[in-house]
Design a binder for this molecule. Structure first.
Ligand code: AHG
Ligand code: MN
Ligand code: MN
Length: 333
């Protein structure tokens, strides 16, 4: 199971954790802490709406399609609005970018300030929500470059430049997983206290676990090298777990080990998942927890983005398990 320092039974909130992190950076202005506080507030509000979605008749299609060409769920739109309302008031933010919006939202440019850009998938896995599946919010925080005119150019930074990344998983409990580059911390929402409470510091993903996570229905449409890996895994007594919600699949792997794959397919030659607000944040989490993340040709975090919504093949999880995939997919790497 996961190693990582279990926290003695004193109460330690996300707020305290971020302020302690801030104190490690002399001269920190507190701008960054305000952003995490806004994401935490949005997470609590989204958690509440997700749990009441059926009662409030907020499930199902919004009747519109997003820039991805995918039908928007009502809850996608609600979660997006909550994040915009919580983050839009923060003076330290220059640009916001969402899976649900074609263009970035520019709050401040040039000399108007705004040290950070915040990118997010407001509700990941939303198509599983009507069946009461676990869904999540994924976020990535980059530094703003005021000298760069275009907002899209500013956010097209390789994932290795992320200041912080994480996700909020709305499952049987509401988990908040975050890294600021000094390890991965896990918080759980205590609804009675109304705070995210630290439950594990410095999470380490197990180095191996013979469980792969892929949508096998598309196997015939994967490149031959991915099919070769799956044949090897079947012959090597692997088990399979696939929820179809990236946050939920990643969380299981972070805690128990294994490997997640979303390979290129005929309909999605670059894979289905988006680099800037799905691949990069999950890749930072995995690398910070001692795991790996690759697009097949190179580490996910080294990919130079060119478009806000660009897609990327994803292979991430336990170090030994990712390397086992790469022995088939990128044998000369
Ligand atoms: P989103 O709901 O934000 O569009 O993301 C859905 C993604 C991801 O959560 C999951 O890993 C993947 O879609 C599942 O795709 P398939 O249904 O093609 O397996
Ligand atoms: Mn998603
Ligand atoms: Mn989404």
């Amino acid at each position: 199971m996961t190693t990582g320092e279990s926290v003695p039974n004193n109460l330690y909130s996300l707020q305290s954790h971020i302020l302690a992190e801030e104190s490690r950076h002399p001269g920190a202005s507190g701008d960054f802490s305000w952003i995490i506080s806004a994401i935490s507030l949005a997470g609590k509000a989204i958690a509440h709406r997700v749990r009441r979605a059926r009662l409030e008749n907020a499930l199902g299609d919004e009747g519109s399609t997003n820039v991805q060409g995918e039908s928007q769920q009502r809850m996608d739109v609600i979660a997006n609005e909550i994040l915009m309302r919580c983050l839009g008031t923060r003076a330290s933010i220059a640009v916001l970018a969402s899976e649900e919006d074609e263009e970035p939202t520019i709050l401040r440019r040039g000399s108007d300030g705004g040290k950070y850009c915040v990118l997010f998938d407001p509700l990941d896995g939303s198509s599983t929500l009507d069946a009461n599946g676990a869904v999540g919010t994924i976020f990535s925080i980059l530094r703003n470059d005021a000298a760069v005119e275009s907002a899209e150019a500013t956010i097209c930074q390789p994932g290795r430049q992320q200041v912080a990344a994480g996700y909020i998983l709305y499952g049987p409990s509401t988990a908040f997983v975050i890294t600021t580059g000094a390890g991965v911390s896990l918080f759980e929402l205590d609804p009675f206290v109304g705070s995210f409470i630290l439950v594990k510091r410095d999470l380490q993903v197990p180095t191996a676990n013979r469980v792969y996570s892929v949508n096998e229905a598309y196997t015939q449409s994967f490149p031959a090298e991915y099919q070769s890996y799956l044949s090897w895994a079947h012959a090597s007594k692997y088990s399979s777990r696939y929820i179809g919600s990236l946050c939920a699949d990643v969380h299981r792997i972070l805690l128990n080990g294994g490997v997640f794959l979303y390979p290129p397919t005929i309909s999605h030659p670059s894979g289905k998942l988006r680099l800037l607000y799905e691949g990069n944040p999950m890749a930072m989490i995995m690398e910070q927890a001692g795991g790996l993340s690759s697009c097949g040709a190179q580490p996910t975090l080294d990919v130079q983005p060119t478009k806000l919504h660009q897609r990327v093949p994803l292979i991430l999880g336990s170090r030994d398990e990712v390397q086992a995939v790469l022995r088939h997919v990128a044998p000369r790497s």
